[in-house]
Ligand binder design. Sequence first.
Ligand SMILES: Cc1ncc(COP(=O)(O)O)c(C=O)c1O
Length: 379
Amino acid sequence: MPVEIDPFHAITISRTAHRMGAEGRSVIHMEFGQPSTGAPAAAIQAAHRILDADGMGYWESPELKARIAAHYAEMYGVAVDPERIILTCGASPAFVLALSCLFSPGARVALARPGYVAYRNTLKALHLIPVELPCGEAERYQITAAAIERLEPAPEGLIIASPANPTGTIIPPDELAAIAAVCRRRGIALVSDEIYHGLSYISPADSMLQHAPDALIVNSFSKYFSMAGWRLGWLVVPDHLVDAARARMGNLFLTPPSLAQHAGLIAFDCRDELEGHIQTYARNRDRLLQALPQMGLGRIAPPDGAFYIYADVGHLTNDSLSFCEALLHDTGVALAPGLDFDPVDGNGFIRFSFAVSTDLIAEAVRRIEPWFAARQGSG
Ligand SMILES: Cc1ncc(COP(=O)(O)O)c(C=O)c1O
């Protein structure tokens, strides 16, 4: 029997939002976790040139792998042999490779709830069993070493994400070290999603590689590098999994787009432009952190990084999808329902993605303020 996979409800919101836009309504898209900026300008310019000169066959860029390896040395002080890096078509296929290299069908893999919707669904699609650990305000919506310690029986694997989607919370270095130690002791394989690295408003997040050299690391050009549609990412695997991961990449996906690999290499040298995006996100974050409590949305996860605010609206609704639909219909502001990230408690949450311009954030606040004021009054 094929397994059933839940839909991504933010897509439903987005479809309605685009339909409203096509009908002439002004819509502010804050439903998806993607930068509204494009790829860095120098990467786009290079891509134009390369299109004329390169045949765009199947290809893996040795220069890009070397550049990513150098990134681990520069940012985290960790030596990674470029051969341990598998270039992928984004983080999503990197997960498929990681999970299928590590686990046999039926294996139990722990993850935080709330968490990115695709973890649960990718696990299910690969006939693995998600073991969701409820993570509330007290744990800053993150997995802790103590929670992994308590799990009986020990799961075969653990997925962590720091900064996380939908909350933006970061696991501090000492907790990462403690998680690595528990996993080592209990024989739990670690997959660390580091797709939001580079986007932090407190101190930078550690890589799990600093604490667990055998961890599998997923990363991508979709967020920090602002290149979501280019479909480029990578997976770092330990030596003993290189052949298995390469075999899976070759059979399931072949190679990532050649053009994206060329552009991705250039993007590493576009720090100034990319850091400018982070300054925009920081302003947007401040603006929302100031405005939301005044609208009665005071219970929000601390957004240490990424570009999300996960807000508790449990006092206003027990149906986050209908709530987001009504908000979109009335104000033209599209948000993601918490149901996507947490099938148990998510109906009381919504997620704001603030990777848009600061002007749009100001306009969104202007529109939703009276809407929430009316709800608080009647709620
Ligand atoms: C936490 C997390 N991991 C992975 C992905 C998938 O990213 P990619 O575009 O690289 O496939 C996303 C996308 O939003 C995400 O939020």
